[in-house]
Design a protein around this ligand. Structure first.
Ligand SMILES: [Zn+2]
Ligand SMILES: [Zn+2]
Length: 287
């Protein structure tokens, strides 16, 4: 059974500061040993100068990325075909824009969930949870990760999500195809946008820098804030358009409180940053 410590007022709790947090009645503050037991940190090790094998793409990675792109491009092609037949482009364009906007929100919620809950042994999501915990320890590795290695997990998810939707969607509904194609494509590419957000301006393609500066893709500065204390903001990694709003509304903090009061589960962001969030130096520097 969990309860708030008496000195901790709800308004302060909702800020989720580390000096005022919801805690279990016994022990008053979760011990390091307990946190390690309940929220095991990743065992993934960073790539070193002599070990980049974990960052390379395999043929299985490339096959899943190819399947994901085929799903997305087929969906978009159906949209274009239906739009040409109907003679109207406004609705599908609006739907595609909506898909792009909602993809940013979707990546934020998913990123928040796997950053904060579960463990490497969690069914289905365990490998992603481990990978994202490893990313917080060694964020620079994402800039060295090969394209298909970085995108294969989301490509597989997109493939399995898009196929049934497309199966049931009406062939002549250009707006539905546009929404699904744009949203799925942005979600699939979000890990590449994320990798670019960790890049150095001088080493990124100029068009990527221009899109980041215009707010079309998540900016380097905005995502850098996600990797700084208090490690509970800027989760969205497509355009980042939702980051300011979600942080202003304290949306993730409110959801963390709901999860805590309903299930008694603490998010990882309430833990000491030294334990699971802080970047480790060593291996090879990012730039
Ligand atoms: Zn994160
Ligand atoms: Zn990152």
């Amino acid at each position: 059974m969990y309860a708030l410590t008496p000195h901790c007022h709800l308004s302060k709790v909702l800020r989720l500061s580390r000096t005022c947090r919801a805690t279990a009645t016994s022990p008053a503050r979760t011990s390091t040993a307990d946190r390690r037991r309940h929220l095991p940190i990743t065992t993934t090790t960073p790539a070193t100068a002599n070990d980049y094998s974990s960052l390379r793409s395999t043929w299985a990675h490339r096959a899943w990325v190819a399947t994901g792109f085929a799903s997305v491009l087929t969906t978009l092609a159906k949209s274009v075909s239906a739009a040409v037949d109907s003679g109207s482009a406004f609705e599908p364009l609006l739907a595609a824009f909506l898909g792009y906007i909602l993809a940013d929100l979707g990546t934020g919620v998913y990123h928040w969930a796997i950053d904060n809950y579960g463990s490497p042994s969690t069914p289905i999501f365990g490998p992603q949870i481990e990978a994202f915990q490893g990313h917080h320890r060694w964020p620079w590795t994402i800039t060295r990760r090969e394209f298909a290695n970085n995108l294969h997990a989301l490509s597989r998810a997109v493939t399995f999500a898009v196929m049934p939707i497309e199966f049931f969607a009406a062939a002549d509904d250009a707006a539905v195809h546009a929404f699904v194609g744009a949203c799925a494509g942005c979600v699939m590419m979000s890990q590449q946008f994320h990798a670019w957000a960790h890049g150095t301006k001088s080493r990124l393609p100029p068009v990527v820098v221009a899109l980041q500066d215009a707010g079309v893709l998540v900016s380097r500065a905005e995502h850098a804030a996600h990797h700084r204390e208090p490690y509970n903001s800027n989760y969205c990694i497509v355009s980042g358009v939702w980051n300011g709003l979600l942080d202003e509304w304290k949306a993730f903090e409110a959801m963390e409180m709901v999860v805590f009061f309903r299930f008694g589960v603490r998010p990882r962001s309430w833990s000491d940053p030294e334990l699971e969030w802080k970047e480790e130096t060593g291996g090879v520097s990012s730039e």
